[in-house]
Design a protein around this ligand. Structure first.
Ligand code: ADP
Ligand code: MG
Length: 342
């Protein structure tokens, strides 16, 4: 049944030392630690696999499964997944509770959310990446889109793209995606429950769902049938546009200083709704000073065009037979993304 074919590398609990908690509270159980792999000791991040649905043991493996897939599909653009540890009752410590823990390389201590809080946001990123401040927005967007493009090509939708889930990897001096806890595999239906909305409202597209709620439960469909149906559903509903929209919001926050706070973002979201999701109307009504919009204005407004295409919501269409689909005016994330690197 839900047995994992490839779980990645298995480590022993005795190789692990837990240091400090990294979890933000609500979901908890994310720690920094070390892995003694014989050849040397490395810093790692450990996260307890959630068992979200009572009585369905295999559901607990979803984040694990998705990490194995994503590592294969988007290597270098998502945090390095290092495998897992099954902690028995005997091996458990106060922090390392019994159960399955997933493990990643410790990429660094700065997420994009950290940089957005800084007054010198773009300069700080430029310094850490070793590039010029003018190139920061385009470079970060490109790295984000590389990762999402690779996930989408593999049939995965991240569904939780936001600054807290984008980490600066110190070794490679680039940003990577983390947190596949909400990621869905739309080829097989893994971690995809059509009527579930567990997502961060501030970064969610207005239609809120990846797929219309009445679309088939792929995970309850025979696997060969699910695999055959999946490309059709993808074409029909464009689930990847869910991540496109979140990415558009991240771009706006990076580019426009007044949108970096959570109240700034909330105001932007409600204003955009008032303008019927027409970014140009928002721009024309808002009349921000040039220093707020310089990044978007550069190159004949290339940044505005990119943000506008990412921030187009899908519309719900009902056909004559009552079938519901999402119709998108917006494009998929394709590379190159159309803004010049300076
Ligand atoms: P949650 O489900 O709690 O949001 P995340 O996977 O987003 O779990 O991890 C929580 C926090 O832990 C992240 O916001 C980040 O600060 C830190 N973190 C996660 N993965 C890594 C990593 N590979 N390297 C460094 N820090 C990480
Ligand atoms: Mg997270």
């Amino acid at each position: 049944m839900g047995e994992l074919q490839n779980k990645g590398k298995r480590h022993s609990a005795y190789q692990i030392t837990v240091k400090r908690s990294l979890g933000e509270g609500s979901f908890g159980q994310v720690f920094e630690g070390t892995l003694d792999a014989g050849g040397g000791v490395g810093r790692v991040v450990l996260k307890r696999v959630k068992t979200r649905v009572e009585g369905a043991a295999e559901m607990g493996y979803m984040e694990h499964l998705l990490n194995v897939y994503a590592q294969r599909a988007a290597k270098g653009s998502v945090a390095d997944f290092m495998g897992y540890v099954d902690v028995s009752e005997d091996e458990a410590t106060r922090n390392l509770t019994p159960g399955t823990w997933l493990m990643w390389r410790y990429e660094g201590n700065r997420t994009l959310a950290y940089y957005l809080k800084r007054r010198d946001c773009l300069e700080a990123i430029a310094q850490d990446m070793g590039i010029r401040p003018e190139a920061v927005c385009a470079t970060v967007l490109l790295q984000l889109c590389e990762g999402l493009n690779a996930l989408h090509q593999a049939g995965l939708v991240h569904r939780d793209v936001k600054p807290l889930n984008i980490i600066f990897a110190e070794r490679e001096r680039r940003f990577k995606l983390i947190d596949l806890g909400a990621c869905a595999d739309l080829r097989t239906g893994t971690n995809y429950i059509p009527d579930e909305s567990i997502l961060d409202a501030n970064y969610c597209p207005p239609e809120q769902y990846c797929m219309p709620t009445d679309s088939p439960h792929l995970s309850r469909t025979l696997k060969p049938l699910a695999l055959a149906m999946s490309p059709l559903l993808w074409v029909r509903h464009k689930p990847d546009r869910f991540d496109s929209y979140s990415t558009g919001l991240v771009l706006m926050q990076l580019a426009v200083p007044k949108l970096r706070t959570s109240s700034g973002l909330k105001n932007f979201n409600s204003a955009l709704k008032r303008y019927n999701y027409d970014l140009y109307k928002w721009r024309d009504a808002e009349r921000l000073p040039a220093r707020q919009t310089a990044v978007l204005d550069a190159d004949d407004g290339a940044g505005w065009d990119l943000a506008e295409s990412l921030l187009r919501p899908r519309e719900v269409k009902v056909d004559d037979n009552g079938g519901v689909s999402f119709v998108s005016r917006g494009g998929a994330i394709r590379l190159p993304i159309g803004i010049a690197l300076k």
